[in-house]
Design a protein around this ligand. Structure first.
Ligand code: PRP
Ligand code: MG
Length: 211
């Protein structure tokens, strides 16, 4: 039985496709530049779809994909109650959630501050846990712009290399959560395709351990 994997499009899908190729899976129509979104391997064992990261858990929960690979940050933010099994930490896509602001500019954290973020749920729970009342502005990307143009006081966003913050004159004020990519599985698929899914996990684990 072929397994359908929904991969978060971007950094994660590029790494996972490399792992699969190194393990002998041949996806004849795949290339990083391709605009195609569905790829099947030559032996008909795997079908891979490239999905926007917030949608990965939707595909898996509804059984449109058997497994998904997506960042834990996105799972917490977008799919906190999803009926899926989290079966594996791939150890790739490591990043940290941070509060960041304009480098060298003091932010009065005792006042009600405005936060630009793609992660309103995570941002709210962090500030609420610290008894800090905040205004959250949900953005869909390029959040580094918000404090620069005066839309918000600070941002809450993931930091991987720190290059994006630096390139835009921002700095981390506080790191508060760590994440990495996870494999999630549809509960029915997990039973019906148990052996195939275990085999896929073995293949990925072998590479993740080297990464
Ligand atoms: C993510 C994140 C940061 C950046 C962090 O943005 O929102 O901006 O990557 O990575 P770095 O620390 O290695 O620079 P992404 O490129 O996914 O784009 P988006 O925010 O516009 O969706
Ligand atoms: Mg960004």
């Amino acid at each position: 039985m072929a397994i359908h994997i929904a991969l978060a499009k971007g950094r994660i899908h590029k790494v996972v496709m490399k792992y699969l190729a190194e393990s002998g899976y041949d996806f004849p129509t795949y290339s990083e530049e391709s605009r195609k979104l569905i790829f099947e391997d030559a032996k008909g064992q795997l079908k891979v779809t490239l999905v926007k990261s917030p949608d990965v858990a939707v595909y898996v929960e509804r059984g449109a994909a058997d497994v998904g690979i997506v960042g834990k940050d996105v799972l917490i933010e977008e799919a906190p109650g999803a009926d899926v099994y989290e079966v594996m930490d791939l150890g790739i896509g490591r990043c940290r959630m941070a509060v960041a602001g304009i480098a060298g500019k003091k932010v009065d954290m005792t006042k009600r501050i405005t936060i630009g973020t793609k992660y309103p749920r995570i941002a709210r729970s962090y500030f609420e846990a610290n008894h800090h009342s905040v205004d959250i502005i949900k953005l869909n990307g390029s959040v580094e712009l918000a404090p620069i143009v005066g839309l918000s006081d600070v941002i809450v966003d993931i930091v991987e290399t720190g290059n994006t913050l630096k390139a835009n004159g921002l700095e981390v004020l506080k790191y508060f959560m760590d994440f990495s990519a996870r494999m999630i599985c549809n509960p029915v698929s997990f039973k019906m395709k148990y052996n195939e899914i275990q085999q896929l996990m073995d293949v990925i684990r072998e590479h993740s351990m080297k990464a």
